[in-house]
Every structure is written in C-alpha cells, then in structure tokens.
Design a protein around this ligand. Sequence first.
Ligand SMILES: NC(=O)C1=CN([C@@H]2O[C@H](COP(=O)(O)OP(=O)(O)OC[C@H]3O[C@@H](n4cnc5c(N)ncnc54)[C@H](O)[C@@H]3O)[C@@H](O)[C@H]2O)C=CC1
Ligand SMILES: O=C(O)C(=O)[C@H](O)COP(=O)(O)O
Length: 383
Amino acid sequence: MKILVDENMPLARELFASFGEVLARPGRSLTADDVHDADVLLVRSVTRVDEALLAGSRVRFVGTATIGTDHVDLDWLRAQGIAFASAPGCNAMSVVDYVSSALLELADRHDFALAGRRAGIVGLGNVGSRLQRRLQALGLEVLACDPPLADAGHTGLVDMDAIAGCDIVSFHTPLLRHGAHPSFHLADAALLARLKPGAILLNTSRGAVVDNAALLSALERRDDLHVVLDVWEGEPLVDRRLAARVELATPHIAGYSYDGKLRGTWMLYEALCAFLDQPPTMTLASLVPDSARRVLDLAQLAPRRALDLVYATYRITDDDTAFRATLDQTDDIRAAAFDRLRKQYPLRREFATVEIVHGGLPATRLPVGEAAMLRALGFPVAG
Ligand SMILES: NC(=O)C1=CN([C@@H]2O[C@H](COP(=O)(O)OP(=O)(O)OC[C@H]3O[C@@H](n4cnc5c(N)ncnc54)[C@H](O)[C@@H]3O)[C@@H](O)[C@H]2O)C=CC1
Ligand SMILES: O=C(O)C(=O)[C@H](O)COP(=O)(O)O
C-alpha cells in the first residue's frame, strides 16, 4: 500500500510505516501526478483535495490532520465512495493558548485588566467552548454566538448584535460559503463599524471569515481597534498593508502546538486502523519524545503576573516578530517565507502538558495565588 503524506505531519513515518510505503511531499504543491498511484492520502489544510487532484487515482482513503475541512470537497469524496477522516478538536487547546497569550500581551501593552471585560465568541465548538472556559477562569464575562447550535436547541446564546458590543470579539467558526449560516465575511464592513472604541478583534479561524479589505479600510479610518490575525485571505500571500496595521500578526500557527499537530496525525492513524479493520499497535503517549518535555520551574521564574507564566511557555510576540521580518520582501519570497515559518515552527507545548516544578521538585503546596493563576491558564495544577 502506498501512503502519501504532507511533509509537515509529525511522526507520520513512525505511525504509518506498518501499513506500507510512506512518501512525504510538500502539501501546497501536491499534483494529480504525485497522487495517482497512492492508496491513502493524508494532508493538512494547504492541499486542495478535489476531483482535479484525485480523479483517476487509486486513493480510497483521505485524511486531513486538521480541524478545518474547507480545503476538501467532501461531497465529491462521498460521491466517489472515498473514505474520509479529519481531526476534530486536535489542536483546539493550542488555539486557546494562542488567544490567551494574545490577550495577556495586549492587556500588558495597554495597561488594562482582562478580568471584568466582556468577550464575544463566535462559534462555540471545540475551540470556542474551551476558550469560553479559559476566559471565564480568567475572570471575563463571555457571550457566545452560534446559530447552528441555537437551531439545535442550545440555549444561552446571543446574536451578532450582542457580539459587536463586546470588548473582545474572537472568531472560531469553520469557513462556510453556503448553507443556512454562512461564515464567509461574517465580519464585514457593517460589523466592523459597530465594534466599540478600544475593542479587540481576533481571527484564528479562516482568513475569509473576516472581510480583509473591509478590515483594512476600517483600520485606515480608525486607530481605536486592536486586531490580532493568525489567518488571512490569500494565504500564503498576505496583504502587507493590513499586516502593518494589525497589532499581532502571525502566519496561521495558532494551532501549531506540538501536541496539536501530533494529535492530528494520531487521529488519522486511528481512523486508518478502523478503515483497514486493524487494531492500533501504538499509543499516543509513547510517541512523545523526551526532547519534547517542557518544565516550568516556579522557583526560578518567580511569576508575578499571568503573562510571566504564559511567556515562559508560549510567547506570541516571537511569532509576530518573525512574521513581520518577512513582510518587506517581494511577493514570491514573502509567500515562501509564510510556509517556511510554518514548516520550521519551534517546538511549542500546550500549557496543559507543561510539567510544573518548584526548585526542581514536584510542585505540591504552591502559594494559593500562584496555583489559582496557573489553573486559570490551564496548566496542570491539581485542586
Ligand atoms: N488558526 C489555526 O491554526 C486553526 C484554525 N482553526 C479553525 O477554527 C475553526 C473552528 O474550529 P473548531 O471549534 O474545532 O470547530 P467546530 O466544528 O468544533 O466548531 C465550530 C462551531 O462554529 C459554529 N458555527 C458554524 N457556522 C457558524 C456561523 N455562521 N456563526 C457562528 N457559529 C457558527 C458551529 O455550529 C460550531 O459549533 C475550524 O473550522 C478551523 O477552520 C482550527 C484550528 C487551528
Ligand atoms: O486544524 C486546522 O484547521 C488548522 O487551521 C491547522 O492548524 C492548519 O495547519 P496546516 O494544516 O495548514 O498545517
């Protein structure tokens, strides 16, 4: 059996070699020629999977090691009887860590407290619901808008009018161009105009959920919005005028924790095992190498603020700085740099997987304030 995998899928060889020959290729430039004699195709979000790629190929199973599936023509796969698996929730906590880091950075920069602010989450699925719990633990009031969930009878949700009046608005919907509740350009000129002065807008979903041209024109007219963008219309080529006006700009890496990427590959391994009717012979925990271990020693760090804890684990400004350094290059070089930053992404562990010690010893009796701060941020502290 021939298994073609995106080269950015960690531990794919280790996981899939028992099924057959594993070939790794750059996902963005995969062609029908690369794919035609593969039996299994495992991609990430940068490969458009459709009739043009797969017609006439041997592929019987397609997996994407991502949460989003907007790059896959699911109807066509279904019509062809090609099995499909994605990785729902695989990197949700990574996105929550990213948003936490962004908000704490902005609160520090502009000297305001997050506690007591009102956050509006658009899309209360795997990411949104976990983010809701994180923000509530940090003392924010959280409203959520999710019309498909409301249609299904979920109560306590609000509409986009209420979201527009929040201090923080964060998008966590799939990119849907059709259907009862499309999300394409959900943040359009009208919604952007209603954001209050000082509002923080974050998009970590898909670029086209926010109308990028309307956002640029809003930012050219007003300087009282703080914008954090991880996803962009036209990736990998980003509108640099927009990037210049955005406060934190990153190259689609919100979900790039090591844990999230590995979990994505693992979920496809489980799905392929089920498809081939074979029991899994490995465990996820056994795959994490010792070199990926991250320890946070509170005696050395002496954290005074939540930001100290977060930055000891994930510093969003590093991603912002590295991305901005590429923006004055020519279009070709910038687009290549976007993918290079993602391919060579430094190892980042999710807060929940960091080992907390005190003076090198297991941190048992932590000061109450420190323990509460860690817990609110999702670090593994009992209690
Ligand atoms: N920047 C990054 O690295 C990452 C981006 N993502 C993106 O985030 C999206 C959300 O991820 P999950 O929470 O795991 O997906 P999910 O499918 O678990 O949840 C999405 C939620 O959005 C809701 N929704 C759908 N249409 C909506 C609309 N028009 N308005 C409001 N809510 C709507 C759905 O009902 C659902 O509850 C993914 O589809 C993906 O595109 C996900 C992971 C990493
Ligand atoms: O899971 C998703 O959905 C994402 O957005 C991924 O983090 C995107 O990563 P790549 O698939 O583009 O490597």
